[in-house]
Design a protein around this ligand. Sequence first.
Ligand code: FAD
Length: 439
Amino acid sequence: MYDVIIIGAGVSAIFMAHKLTKLHPNASILMIDKGKKLHERTCQGDGCDCEVCDQYIGFAGLGKSEGKFNYTNDFGGSLGMKIGNQNALLMMKEVDNVICSYGGGTVPSYQTHNPQLASEAEQHGLKVLSTTVRHLGTKRSTEVFQNLYNDLNRHIDFLFEADVVEVSKERDFSVRTNHGTFRSKKVVLSTGSSGSEWMLEKCEALGLRRGPSRLDLGIRVEMRGDQLQTILEDTFETKLHLKGTDYEATTYCMNPNGRIIRKHQHGLVMPDGQNQLEKGKSQNLNFTLFVPTIFASKKEADAFAQHIIGGINRERGRVVVQRLQNLLDRIATTDEALMENTIRPTLSAEPGDLREEVPAKYITAILEFLQSVEELIGESIDHDTLLYGIDAKFYEPKIKTNQWFETDVEGLYLIGDCSGETHSLSQAAASGLYTAEHI
Ligand SMILES: Cc1cc2nc3c(=O)[nH]c(=O)nc-3n(C[C@H](O)[C@H](O)[C@H](O)COP(=O)(O)OP(=O)(O)OC[C@H]3O[C@@H](n4cnc5c(N)ncnc54)[C@H](O)[C@@H]3O)c2cc1C
């Protein structure tokens, strides 16, 4: 009989287990994951044919990414609303302390807060969202999580490449896997967004109701590297928010001198940003302008994403690119126009007409946003700016939990993104630390 079984060995789970082992060195804990150990996660993901792709699955979950920890309540989830803003910031501070004590401290943190920029932006309808950032990069992030694993491995049991077939409760919990059945007093689900389908099944079996579901879609912009210089003078990057008449839009994943790469998720291919530390500097800056939509269910949100992105992909991983001037003139970009474009694309994409591929709301949002940015920087956005269709961010629906992330089933907890409350590394990790205190 274990004291706690944690299903999922991603970011939130690791921080929870770390804290549990500090608070209760003698507690018996089992962590189960459907993926591999961290050092065995070698697939690069780009067009791979893995049945279960290593890129997102296995120890550290999506922590094996660029490892950009944003310590803020301004974005990245609703942890502040759930546990109080001050409390959330305290938990995120603790997350950063853990990261630093496991090797992340060699990467300095920076702040994007800039009161003068915020007040100028406001005059043009833009809100500046600010954060403290520790951007580890994939290599350092992987090292930090490996160090955490080495430490945890001395205190808790792990089960990798395991299928959890059933979670049920009588007096205690019973977790049936393809490697045997394990019993425990408490169970924590931390399967992130990669465990979405599994969660759907298990929620139904456990009688947990999933609420409405959010889906962000947005055009990824690739502009001249110096175009936002006046905004970025004092901050390496920024996050801007625009409230339109029937939409809200926020910039995401801004990469000065970065590149655009293909992101594979849920069988779909999307243009994603990569920072300059990963594959060297480009002359360009890129970001996505995400516009959120709330759907009645996760199924409806996924169907919409399949319809729009699947339609663009045409079953061959197609991504569309269009010059800003061509979008304004309502004409498709041609191969010749792309060849002559002064801003060189860092992603090989198919030239076309975004208006034929993307719902009007996203086109309106990007054009109105770029107009506000033009006013803010006091110069025209280069008409050779490239616009790629279309990036997406998927969210898990919220499931009812109390202030300690405990569900209506006593002793069953949801932490990280599968709770629907967090959407970022820092908030997912913080939710793990916070719930560990209660458990
Ligand atoms: C491409 C990409 C890049 C991102 N980059 C950033 C970033 O730079 N900064 C940022 O703040 N946020 C980023 N995010 C979001 C961030 O990674 C997540 O919010 C965070 O990792 C969530 O942590 P988690 O513990 O909830 O889930 P995860 O870290 O995803 O962990 C979930 C774990 O559950 C396991 N699992 C899934 N299903 C099962 C199952 N059925 N049985 C057993 N185990 C299972 C998985 O193997 C995984 O280990 C990114 C997201 C994506 C998709």
